[in-house]
Design a protein around this ligand. Sequence first.
Ligand code: UDP
Ligand code: MG
Length: 308
Amino acid sequence: MVEFSVIIPIYNEELNIPNLLTRLRPVIERTGMSYELLFVNDGSRDNSLQLIKALALADPHVRYIDFSRNFGHQVAVTAGIDHCKGDIIAIIDADLQDPPELIEEMIALIKQGYQNVYAKRRSRKDKNVLKKASYKVFYRLLARISNVEVPLDTGDFRVMTRKVAEVLKNMPEQHKFLRGQIAWLGFKQTFVEYDRDVRAAGEPGYTYKKLFRLAFDGITGFSNVPLRIATIMGFVVSGISLLFILYALFGYFFFKTDMPRGWTSLMIAISFIGGVQLICIGIIGEYISRLQTDIRNRPLYIVNETNC
Ligand code: UDP
Ligand code: MG
């Protein structure tokens, strides 16, 4: 029987895994619970998998799932949730940006009856100012336009109960935004604050492309406001165009204005309306493409090998 599971998504983390374990193990052992360390290798290109398999041979607590390719962090964590056995479950990044010591505090809160305890970033030591600012803007934007209260400045570093995990397992959406899904569930939840460190070693696996995809999944999964903006934009622009049409007609029939002079305004109007239309079609397209992947219902990930 396993009381405590730690889910660790891995994408090219060979330099961090040993240090992570050195810090994580004492924390877990102090809790006195029986545990498993569940590594999800998300198509790493370095020696992370070999390292994890060697660890698993030496230590029965270590379990792993190896994906057939890179499926992304959210999917890796989802696979962890699908396969973990513990009554209490932690999710932590492998790069030591999430301090393992915090888990102790979070477990204490779970034992007080909370179902979900997330870690909220008080500060972020990221060197990349642009990334830092984008995160800030994204979380505030999402909070404004979504119908769920997704906690501000919170990633997936958290401890939750089996109850939460079981509900998550039954949520079918393909575009995962776990922190949003968990917030949507409700349940008694709280947070602990921490200062987010810089990545200990290696390169971030989250490229800008992946971050944008995550941001889009977060927004489209939890808000219909972009669609509404598209509609409103459509009305506003149509209104303006109507005035413009009236102006043009009146000019032609009553004032006999010399029409060819209108070339500039015509071009402005056409390109403006064209631009707005393309934006609106694009927004609708984003939602439809998500609908389509949900309907297609392919497996979320493919397991190459595992010892679970
Ligand atoms: N990760 C993953 N798949 C990916 C990208 C990242 O499993 O495609 C893992 C990575 O190994 C790390 C965690 O997700 O344990 C967070 O990734 P990263 O540090 O790149 O994200 P950031 O801290 O920049 O948000
Ligand atoms: Mg990181």
